[in-house]
Design a protein around this ligand. Structure first.
Ligand SMILES: *[C@@H]1O[C@H](CO)[C@@H](O)[C@H](O)[C@H]1NC(C)=O
Ligand SMILES: *[C@@H]1O[C@H](CO)[C@@H](O)[C@H](O)[C@H]1NC(C)=O
Ligand SMILES: *[C@@H]1O[C@H](CO)[C@@H](O)[C@H](O)[C@H]1NC(C)=O
Length: 290
């Protein structure tokens, strides 16, 4: 009994050790769910409760990407726009409000007024590609370097759909963005694999129909519009669900194309949905993201 506990402790600690030694760097791409300071809205005290000073995070605490960094024993990610910083252990390309798709996609649909940052998946990967030589040198050296790094691509998509919905478009029209959005995410992952990535995490979108913002702006008197257990708005969750189905299909395709690369789907939807179903498990208020 004692022996097995000691063995277990040993396994746990050596697992932790090997995890921390596993990655030399962490790179992240995404939007407000993971921006650690690229869009600092000066004067707004965002992100200070945990860090003690404002960091530009859209949270008073740590973001998922902060916990990933801690979990693999690397420093919290600096935004790639940080001045005079060393990115040898990673960088964060995420921007608050970033859609996956470029300006032109929305411009063609008369929706570009709703955009306030140009930081699509491709633009973020462009910035990564530009930064790489300063981190690791030649393309071959960078391949070796990235073969020991962890890359997180997303969440992306929330702002693409927001741009359509807040621009007054129907949910049917906005749903037609999903194949383009998930294609863009997959193209981003494919470019990163081309640069040498072998370990990629691709998060899903959250159940946006549970967000207080959507519940407030698009309230309805028809009870059928809401999930009976969650009170979440069905049509918006259906949109998230559709996006995630297409995203999983893209990941499946990439796994077949690149069998040597680990591409993990991070199910933010299920986690977010659990907040709505079991709010008491997480705190007292059933409100998700406000
Ligand atoms: C930039 O970094 C170098 C080396 O760490 C340091 O000597 C220098 O003072 C820094 N410059 C600024 C403007 O922070
Ligand atoms: C984004 O790019 C487009 C096209 O190049 C440009 O017209 C627009 O002003 C840019 N938006 C921002 C916020 O920089
Ligand atoms: C939606 O919310 C507004 C503001 O609280 C309220 O006045 C309105 O009656 C609500 N509409 C429906 C259909 O519940």
């Amino acid at each position: 009994m004692k022996l097995s506990i000691v063995l277990l402790l040993f396994l746990v600690s050596s697992f932790h050790l090997s995890l921390s030694q596993c990655y030399n760097a962490l790179f992240n791409f995404g939007d407000s769910l993971s921006d650690t300071g690229n869009v600092v809205i000066a004067g707004l005290p965002y992100g200070m409760t945990y860090f003690g000073h404002h960091t530009g995070r859209c949270s008073d605490g740590r973001l998922v990407i902060d916990f990933i960094a801690e979990g693999i024993g690397l420093p919290h990610l600096l935004p790639n726009t940080a001045k005079n910083a060393s990115f040898h252990q990673g960088a964060n390309f995420a921007f608050i409000a970033a859609p996956a798709l470029p300006f032109d996609f929305f411009h063609q649909r008369g929706l570009s007024k709703g955009l306030w940052v140009n930081a699509s998946v491709h633009e973020q990967v462009d910035r990564f590609e530009k930064l790489l030589p300063s981190i690791c040198g030649t393309p071959q050296e960078c391949k070796d370097f990235l073969s020991k790094s962890l890359l997180v691509v997303g969440e992306f998509g929330g702002n693409d759909y927001n741009t359509g919905i807040f621009g007054g478009r129907s949910i049917i029209e906005v749903s037609t963005f999903a194949p383009h959005v998930t294609q863009a995410v997959a193209e981003g992952v494919e470019r990163l694999i081309g640069l040498g990535a072998v370990d990629v995490i691709v998060p899903s979108v959250l159940p946006v129909g549970c967000f207080p913002l959507y519940l407030t702006l698009y309230n309805s008197s028809n009870p059928e519009d809401y999930g009976p257990k969650t009170g979440c708005a069905r049509k918006f969750n259906a949109l998230s669900w559709y996006h995630n189905t297409l995203l999983r299909r893209q990941i499946h395709r990439l796994r077949q194309k690149f069998p040597a690369v680990s591409i993990r789907y991070a199910d933010f939807y299920a986690q977010g949905f659990d907040f709505a179903i079991n709010p008491l498990k997480y705190g007292e208020s059933p409100a998700l993201l406000n």
